[in-house]
Design a binder for this molecule. Structure first.
Ligand SMILES: *Cc1c(COP(=O)(O)O)cnc(C)c1O
Length: 362
């Protein structure tokens, strides 16, 4: 279905903040006086190299990433990390801990099983992934090389309010939907990864923030391009780097700073989701499955109490300029993703539409 303006609540690619979109448009003519667009420059062009460095230092600044962590800008999705993490972090061990709290951590577990003995230290599958695991629930394996969890489960709309206890093992986090939407203390994590098409702009890149002590121990069978050490040594230029998403990430970081920084955009993100949750909780026609206390800021799943109305809802929402509200196929229902580019006006448009829809169909 074609979209014609309005707001899109899809899970990725997502809406860009309007000023970021505008800067991309302008830069496509002549980027920083090079006479070319950013898409056409050699990867060794000095203006481009300076941009790469600037984005890294801005990211370090905004997220408080200390020098003993490397920041890697890699091709491919967050899904690549489901395999790269065990390839690189087992360090001769065989056992790993994973928390299973939704679709994405489930996929990470599947890939880890190709390399390691996975202990599912906690799972919320029995409660339909309607909440995060609670402190005290994880039963970790003393032999585990690391514990992996997903602070924000995008599909199920579940967010952790704490870093799980790992019994001292390194904690690894898939922060794809947590970056710039939930509190993150990088220093409590050994490794964090996020794909760019959520809160870092456009698709095509995954940022990996990894403690340098964890680099350089890849399994010997690891292909060169999957070894973090290679990317650290080449400053993410072992393979021709993902120039365009890297550049857009820089624009996103500038924008985050203009909004007041990481804490400010996280607070705005929380406010957007609270507005939407209030409208859903107030309604007799819509309901939200995720427990209070585990509700994600970036992704709000909800449903109609009468599921037969779902198709009508989606068609009428499209007509009203509210796009991308279909739930992930694995869970069905409805979902609104509220990433950085979603203005509060978009949430008001959606809550207004929910009320109006209920008046007509409730
Ligand atoms: C979107 C998402 C992924 C998948 O990212 P790809 O870049 O499509 O591989 C993984 N984990 C989480 C938490 C996500 O939100």
């Amino acid at each position: 279905m074609t979209t014609r303006g309005g707001y899109t609540f899809s899970a990725g690619p997502v809406m860009l903040p309007a000023p970021v979109r505008e800067r991309i448009r302008n830069d496509l003519g002549d980027w920083r006086g090079t006479g070319f667009s950013v898409l056409e420059l050699s990867q060794w062009d000095e203006t481009l190299l300076a941009m790469f460095d600037q984005v890294e230092s801005d990211l370090r600044d905004l997220l408080g990433v200390p020098d003993d962590y490397a920041v890697l800008f890699l091709h491919g999705g967050a899904s690549n990390q489901f395999a790269m993490v065990p390839m690189n972090l087992l360090r001769g061990r065989r056992h790993v801990d994973y928390l299973h709290t939704g679709l994405w951590s489930g996929k990470a577990i599947q890939d880890a099983r190709r390399y390691a003995e996975v202990n599912v230290a906690a799972s919320t599958e029995a409660v339909g992934f309607r909440r995060a695991s609670r402190p005290g629930e994880p039963r970790w394996d003393e032999r585990a090389a690391y514990l992996h969890y997903t602070p924000v489960e995008t599909v199920h709309g579940v967010q952790f309010d704490h870093v799980p206890d790992s019994g001292g093992a390194t904690v690894v986090a898939d922060v794809s939907s947590a970056l710039f939407s939930a509190d993150l203390d990088v220093r409590r994590l050994g490794l964090a990864y996020a794909s760019s098409q959520k809160n870092l702009g456009v698709v095509g890149m995954t940022v990996v923030i990894v403690h340098r002590d964890l680099i350089g121990h890849a399994d010997p069978r690891t292909p060169t391009t999957f070894d973090y050490a290679v990317h650290e040594r080449t400053r993410s230029r072992f393979t021709t780097p993902p120039v365009f998403p890297w550049y857009v990430a820089g624009l996103m970081l500038d924008w985050v700073r203009e909004q007041g920084g990481t804490a400010a955009v996280c607070a705005a993100s929380r406010r957007r989701s609270e507005l939407l949750y209030a409208a859903i909780d107030d309604s007799g026609l819509f309901s939200a499955p995720v427990e209070v206390g585990s509700r994600a800021s970036a992704s709000v799943p909800f449903r109609l109490t009468d599921p037969l109305l779902t198709q009508t809802f989606l068609a009428e929402a499209e007509a009203a300029g509210l796009h991308g509200l279909r739930g992930h196929p694995s869970v069905g229902g409805l979902r609104a993703c509220l990433y950085l580019g979603m203005p509060e006006a978009g949430v008001h448009a959606l809550t207004g539409f929910l009320k109006e829809f209920e008046a007509r169909h409730g």
